[in-house]
Design a protein around this ligand. Structure first.
Ligand SMILES: Cc1cc2nc3c(=O)[nH]c(=O)nc-3n(C[C@H](O)[C@H](O)[C@H](O)COP(=O)(O)OP(=O)(O)OC[C@H]3O[C@@H](n4cnc5c(N)ncnc54)[C@H](O)[C@@H]3O)c2cc1C
Ligand SMILES: *[C@@H]1O[C@H](CO)[C@@H](O)[C@H](O)[C@H]1NC(C)=O
Ligand SMILES: *[C@@H]1O[C@H](CO)[C@@H](O)[C@H](O)[C@H]1NC(C)=O
Ligand SMILES: *[C@@H]1O[C@H](CO)[C@@H](O)[C@H](O)[C@H]1NC(C)=O
Ligand SMILES: *[C@@H]1O[C@H](CO)[C@@H](O)[C@H](O)[C@H]1NC(C)=O
Ligand SMILES: *[C@@H]1O[C@H](CO)[C@@H](O)[C@H](O)[C@H]1NC(C)=O
Length: 646
């Protein structure tokens, strides 16, 4: 069955899905079995990938997924009835958090969300479906050091690329669409198309999308043919996580749950919070019990596990599940009054996210020669009505196919600034002269393992930032007008490290997020280089011809580096919603929480599989990586249990 035929079959499943999974999902513990072989904590992007693969590989083993949210229809980021970018009224449930004030960023706070629904963040995200560059993943292996080199589980590019391929079904655009927009791709970046998680391209662009495409080339950025195959420097076309025919959102709740039912060994309990894992006889006697709480009536119960517990609650919640279990920094657990099961200072540490300021501008030459533009969704009722009708056709057509946009520049630091050598020299100096620890959270500065791990990360990041083929800056765009336009800068490889910790006064409530953005001052230097580079866009012939005038940072920073720094500190977006790295895959002596097999150091029968385990942010939005990590983790777990002869 080719991808298109497979797509139609899946659409049939999708249209009838609303009734089926609600019957299958369990809502109270009285519906559960007496015990389970595997329990997955959190039915999100990585967690459901693992649950799907385990139930497929071991029909005789029972798997239970416990999810806080519920089964919901998850519309795309840009589906009727919305106009351009405004949130969908029926968007699936999310967690929403404000961080602590960030002292190095003018006391601003990060606003960050995560999916609270079956499918997790893949069911609420912006559907931008890219992978990092090969160097980003090679860096994961490098920071693992010699100890990880001995492992048979390799987390470098060569070790994860097969799982990126396995994790999606990519559909090539029709020839006329490809020609119209100059889409380029290379199918060797994709695999056998057997997994119903879809990656495809819109048959629609706003009329002014090519303006920036041309202007970026005028500042020296070249179009890249394919950005998902490991090489990612230049102007990239990025697929969306959506169905190629219907243009509906594709997410883990469909592709790794609803679309693979019925499966007698696959149980999903919704509307329940995992409180903690419990080791009645200590962490070397596992697997642990899983203690869960009903959201309906608050009662607690334990689930008995035979084989393993896999924590997949996402980078913001996995640390709190572990901390409530007594697995975390001993000093913090003591202060929160939680008995220590395992002193692992890396739990909730090493917190990273993409952040950065934007430049904005207006045009004195209005886009009267362009149709359609996002403004037509508001001003032209005929256009809007046709857009809504087109979304329900098969194949779908029109603006609602576009999600949030599918083009971005990815630029390395050597291509951003001639000062890159000075910047990376500063990073190497910190890593070797004993000052690195002063940039860590106060209570971790005296923990040798955390310092050693941070120094190793800084050295690896300096190499990454010196590499002319490894992007440091991302700027996505979809349209640029007609009156006010913005180009955000994403700092792809932050050096600053924050924390995620439970609130001792409300341990089951929202985690306390301390972003600590800009706490390593080199991050601010790199932000400044990015902004200066982006400002060059407005000096290109294409932008000059449109009369582009910078409105921010603009006049307020004229001629003053100090003022530009003030702009960066006070006006940056502190989260582009890619939190990660809070239970990092690093050796214990480097502050790690899990090994290359994703087992928690020192704990029997407990793994973590989600965006907490990555040691460093890749230069990519995280969902494709979350699926690939889920696929590789499942492969590791399946091989291990098969080798045990079970
Ligand atoms: C608004 C937004 C926009 C984004 N945009 C993009 C984008 O355009 N492209 C992209 O690639 N990435 C994007 N991302 C990021 C990406 O979607 C996530 O990084 C990725 O999906 C995370 O996967 P995960 O498996 O680590 O966690 P999740 O998919 O978030 O799964 C964690 C699950 O655990 C559940 N859970 C948490 N605590 C508990 C508990 N105690 N008990 C039971 N269940 C629990 C949660 O409800 C959730 O379902 C975006 C994210 C958000 C929130
Ligand atoms: C941030 O807040 C702290 C504590 O209230 C204050 O001391 C500091 O001056 C503030 N910094 C800025 C830049 O406003
Ligand atoms: C496609 O590429 C051609 C040749 O480089 C160029 O002339 C044309 O403007 C491009 N079209 C778009 C939509 O970018
Ligand atoms: C779960 O088991 C642990 C260890 O036996 C016990 O201390 C705890 O009270 C149990 N929780 C519930 C809700 O029964
Ligand atoms: C663009 O912004 C500049 C600076 O704020 C302002 O002076 C100018 O009037 C604006 N032009 C248009 C066409 O809106
Ligand atoms: C409004 O949209 C319709 C349908 O796309 C189009 O034919 C028409 O030209 C548009 N009107 C204006 C004023 O742009």
């Amino acid at each position: 069955m080719g991808p298109l035929a497979a797509a139609f079959v899946s659409f049939t499943a999708l249209t009838s899905a609303a009734s089926i999974p609600r019957l299958h999902a369990k809502r109270q513990d009285s519906q559960l079995r007496d015990e389970y072989d595997f329990v997955v904590v959190g039915g999100g992007t990585s967690g459901l990938t693992v649950a799907d693969r385990l139930t497929e590989a071991f029909p005789e083993k029972n798997v239970l997924v416990i999810e806080y949210g519920d089964v919901q229809y998850a519309p795309g980021t840009f589906d009727p009835p919305t106009d351009w970018i405004t949130p969908h009224p029926d968007a699936a449930a999310t967690w929403s958090f404000n961080s602590l004030p960030n002292p190095d960023m003018a006391n601003t706070t990060a606003f960050v969300k995560a999916g609270q629904v079956v499918g997790g963040s893949s069911a609420v995200n912006g559907m931008f479906f890219d992978r990092g560059s090969r160097f980003d993943y090679d860096a994961w292996a490098e920071v693992g050091g010699p100890e990880f080199e001995q492992s048979s589980d390799k987390w470098d590019w060569a070790g994860i690329f097969p799982f990126f391929k396995k994790s999606v079904t990519f559909t090539e655009p029709p020839a006329d669409v490809a020609e119209k927009y100059n889409y380029t791709w290379d199918v060797s970046a994709y695999g056998d198309d057997s997994t119903p998680i879809y990656s495809s391209w819109s048959a629609f662009q706003w009329a002014d999308q090519p303006v920036l495409y041309k202007a970026w080339q005028e500042i020296g950025i070249n179009p890249a043919t394919e950005c998902a195959g490991g090489d990612k420097e230049g102007i990239c076309w990025v697929p969306a996580s959506q169905h190629p025919i219907t243009a509906r959102r594709s997410h883990a709740g469909l592709g790794h749950y609803e679309d693979v039912l019925p499966r007698a060994n696959y149980d999903l309990l919704v509307q329940h919070q995992v409180v903690r894992v419990v080791y009645p006889n200590g962490p070397s006697d596992g697997p642990p019990l899983v203690e869960a709480r009903s959201l309906a009536d608050d009662h607690l119960f334990n689930v008995t596990v035979n084989a393993e517990v896999i924590v997949s609650a996402g980078a913001l919640h996995t640390p709190t599940v572990l901390q409530r279990s007594g697995i975390g920094p001993a000093s913090f657990l003591d202060s929160a009054g939680i008995p220590v099961t395992l002193d692992l200072p890396g739990v909730g540490s090493n917190f990273q996210d993409h952040s950065g300021p934007s430049i904005t501008w207006n045009y004195s030459q209005p886009y009267t020669d362009f149709f359609p533009l996002p403004s037509d969704m508001v001003n032209n009722a005929t256009f809007k009505a046709d857009a809504v009708a087109g979304f329900d056709e098969e194949p779908a057509r029109g603006p609602y196919m576009l999600a949030g946009g599918n083009s971005a520049i990815f630029v390395s630091l050597p291509h951003v600034t001639a000062d890159h050598g000075e910047i990376t020299a500063m990073i190497r100096a910190m890593a070797t002269d004993g000052t690195a620890s002063s940039y860590l959270p106060v209570d971790l500065r005296t923990v040798p393992a955390m310092v050693a791990g941070y120094e190793a990360q800084l050295l690896t990041l300096a190499d990454l930032l010196d590499n002319p083929e490894a992007p440091s800056l991302e700027t996505p765009w979809a349209t640029s007008g007609p009156s006010q336009a913005a180009a955000p800068s994403f700092l792809l490889h932050p050096l600053s490290r924050g924390t995620v910790r439970l609130d001792a006064a409300d341990p089951l409530g929202p985690p306390v997020l301390d972003y600590r953005a800009g706490s390593n001052p080199v991050d601010v230097e790199i932000h400044l280089a990015h902004v200066r580079f982006l400002r060059g866009l407005l000096e290109t012939p294409t932008m000059k011809a449109r009369g582009a005038t910078e409105t921010a940072p603009g006049e307020e920073v004229a001629g003053s580096d100090e003022a530009l720094e003030g702009y960066v500190r006070s006006r940056s977006t502190l989260s582009f919603m890619h939190p990660c790295c809070t239970a990092a895959m690093l050796p214990e002596e480097r502050g790690g929480v899990v090994g290359p097999d994703l087992k928690v150091h020192g704990a029997e029968g407990l793994r973590v599989v989600d965006m907490s385990i990555i040691p460093l942010l890749p230069g990519a939005h995280l969902s494709a990586t979350a699926y690939a990590v889920g696929e590789k983790a499942a492969d590791i777990i399946i091989q291990e249990w098969k080798a045990k002869g079970q």
